[in-house]
Design a protein around this ligand. Sequence first.
Ligand SMILES: Nc1ncnc2c1ncn2[C@@H]1O[C@H](COP(=O)(O)OP(=O)(O)OP(=O)(O)O)[C@@H](O)[C@H]1O
Ligand code: SF4
Ligand SMILES: [Mg+2]
Length: 373
Amino acid sequence: MSLLKLDGVKVHFPLKKGVVFDRTVGHVYAVDGVSLSVEAGQTYGLVGESGCGKTTLGRAVLRLVDITDGSVVLDGTDLAHLPEEEMRKFRRRVQMVFQDPLGSLDPRQNIESILSEGMAAHGIGADREERRARIREILAKVGLPSNALSRYPHEFSGGQRQRIGIARALVLEPDVIICDEPVSALDVSIQAQVINLLEELQQSMGLTYMVIAHDLAVVRHISDVIGVMYLGSLVEEAPSDGLYAEPLHPYTKALMSAVPIPDPVVEDSRERILLTGDLPSPATPPAGCRFHTRCPWKQETRCDTERPELRDLGGGHKVACHYAAEIVAGTVRMNSAATVVEPGLVKTEKTAETAETGTAGESENSEKAAESV
Ligand SMILES: Nc1ncnc2c1ncn2[C@@H]1O[C@H](COP(=O)(O)OP(=O)(O)OP(=O)(O)O)[C@@H](O)[C@H]1O
Ligand code: SF4
Ligand SMILES: [Mg+2]
């Protein structure tokens, strides 16, 4: 059963100009038509480059930004059109865990005060004692000692502070937790611990997550379904295993080809797909397929005129590309100079010479994309 269902969600921020009249001169199309479902007890992983609209989408679910269009249905109720007083009640049911645990915890409040604040506001626990008992229980669940209650955020390490952030969400007994880059501010060694904790809590408490990350590796193990975002919309969505076994959208293929493989033999001979050009601005997204300015498979027709819909190619593997089926079948081939066999050997469908001259700058771009995703 889908617990959270987004349909055609758009968030367009007005671009204002002028001191006196404050004219709207355009829009940032931060989220531009996203439909997805999060099943109860499962994890939806949302990945994409910086600025593609992941955080804005998460904030839209909580109505922390104005929704321009579309619906956000939580357990049968459309939050997008709910009056503010009723929305307050629903805010408890969707909680957010943020990237920067220190920045999101008030340094002047001790942990008990931070955690009980929301509980009191939402009427959880009859009195202070009851709330304290519940907080102790949750602190134990996230692996923090009960003497943490009287301590302050600066007394904890980064990983512990993220545990406090998770506890703050849990004490409100939410239906859905949106984790926005939950481990990107943490040391690599701590990242796995926090991801494992999220997984354990999901199993023991039946939690439902949306996990936002720009690192494919972070969402891989925890997600049941993964959505890949590019410039405000989903370009691919699939069960996690299916996506990693065979990415179908050219953008996902490029991202995946840039993720290092631990086996040195495979790593040395793997092909990398290089993206040309910079990420366009969401204020002036390209017409047609938004990825056409960088797509190594771009075709003469449709790509720059017609926006592809996300369509199911079988088994819940959805792709927004006019030529996805033809790319799989091999009848639509990659344009020249887009593949590199590492290390340093350049291969194209034409000659090695043309490719070598054409890829020096592009390889940097691809690495940029690889770093950010
Ligand atoms: N309040 C706002 N007003 C205007 N533009 C905004 C606002 N919030 C976000 N944006 C713009 O919307 C786009 C999407 O931003 P968002 O923060 O959702 O991206 P993101 O995918 O979360 O990126 P990152 O990985 O860097 O966190 C960006 O171009 C951003 O500058
Ligand atoms: S629709 Fe065209 S430009 Fe867009 S991803 Fe597919 S092949 Fe590339
Ligand atoms: Mg973000």
